[in-house]
Design a protein around this ligand. Sequence first.
Ligand code: GLV
Ligand code: MN
Length: 227
Amino acid sequence: MAIMKNRSGCWCVHFTVCLIGMLLLPLPSQSSDPDPLQDFCIGDTKSALSVNGFPCKPAANVSSDDFFFDGLSKEGNTNNTFGSLVNQGNVLAFPGLNTLGISMNRVDLAPGGLNPPHSHPRATETGVLIYGKILVGFLTTGNVFYSKILTGPGQMFLIPKGLVHFQMNVGEEKALIFTAFNSQLPGSVIVPRNLFASKPSVPDDVLTKAFQVEKTVIDEIKSKFGA
Ligand code: GLV
Ligand code: MN
């Protein structure tokens, strides 16, 4: 505790510093998911039990393979509307991540390809460029737009938890990034799909009013997403 004696000889207690420190100590850390209560808990993703995460596979059935995953090793097929593919290495694909509070994605982008505006409600994201040239941007809750063009392998970016963001390939060649999250299952709200391809769909009145356009515009956008 920061207790000091000042020149006049009386004990000067730095109450503010101590108090803040003591108040912060019992608070959970900045990590998104709860801390594990055991070394590991390979998720039994097929279990009928519903818990926060997944129940653990019996330890006797755990093998080295449970700690490896090669689902991000292959290039994704970017031959689609957005010209991009996100391969998710979350707990659903890699059950070994269960309770450990981390996950990764692989994002392949064709020239001009876009990983469309989306947000992760349960995680902060970082990413590293492996090759290519990308524009990465995010929006704050105050509608401030931050962006940067990454041009070299190893360059990194950061997307604060829950904020809407995107990556676009602005180079002539393919681009590849790996992203990492402080959640085993960050969740992904893809803005255009969320609003225009939900089931059941958001009422047209809501969308026409929200975007200040005619219903024909909404119909056209919905048709692009097969809704
Ligand atoms: C990129 O933004 C990703 O979510 O992987
Ligand atoms: Mn993301």
